[in-house]
Design a protein around this ligand. Structure first.
Ligand SMILES: [Zn+2]
Length: 206
């Protein structure tokens, strides 16, 4: 696993070859949450998703990780990573990263390096299967039904579902839109993802 010299001593307690052999992406962060190391799977995942050589060019060591996180989820990740640095205790959570055809769920565990010298972020694939064709949401209405009155599409930044233009509480998996999101797509969080990341949303004003 490649890493910045400042964190080298703290990776000594890990089997470096094993970090590289882990099938999920692993990355290291400085206490300021700058990218400080990558395992082999980080690059392989990028290649498999058509990201290389762009990923290596755009995500060099030293780049703030926050740049890679959707604006709506930054508070969640920054709070989680900071809690590991201060408490020195691991933090784990599940997240979704679906492709248009495949449903994928990952588990992320964040470990402290040294006495708060950095973080090691370990991602593991938990579930991957084609989207269930029996689920009605995968047989969505025509794409135009998701364009709202202001001309924009609303996509959840976390689960990537699209909001139905006439049913504000309906979020559908729309392969055609996920595969090629329209330029006029604005990112929000659906109610389920909001609650998962930040706790219960305030109820409607009475
Ligand atoms: Zn969502």
């Amino acid at each position: 696993m490649l890493c910045v010299p400042a964190l080298e001593p703290y990776l000594a307690r890990f089997d470096r070859a094993q970090l590289d052999d882990h099938v999920g992406a692993i990355f290291a962060l400085t206490p300021d949450l700058l990218l400080a190391g990558f395992n082999r799977a980080w690059f392989e995942f990028a290649r498999a998703n058509g990201g290389e050589p762009q990923i290596s060019r755009d995500w060099p060591l030293g780049r703030p990780l926050i740049d890679a996180i959707a604006v709506e989820l930054r508070g969640f990740y920054v709070a989680g990573y900071r809690s590991v640095l201060t408490s020195r205790r691991p933090w784990s959570h599940e997240y979704e990263c679906h492709s248009p055809q495949i449903e994928r769920r990952f588990h992320q565990t964040v470990l402290v390096l040294g006495d708060g010298a950095g973080l090691l972020v370990v991602n593991s694939l938990r579930h991957a299967a084609p989207h269930d064709p029996e689920r009605p949401a995968v047989h969505p209405a025509p794409v135009e039904d998701y364009r709202e009155l202001d001309g924009f599409y609303r996509q959840c930044a976390s689960c990537r579902r699209f909001r139905h233009a006439r049913h504000a509480n309906r979020w559908d998996w729309v392969p055609a839109l996920v595969g090629q999101p329209p330029r006029a797509t604005s990112h929000v969080l659906c109610a389920i993802c909001f609650e998962h990341h930040y706790g219960k949303a305030p109820g409607p004003a009475s």
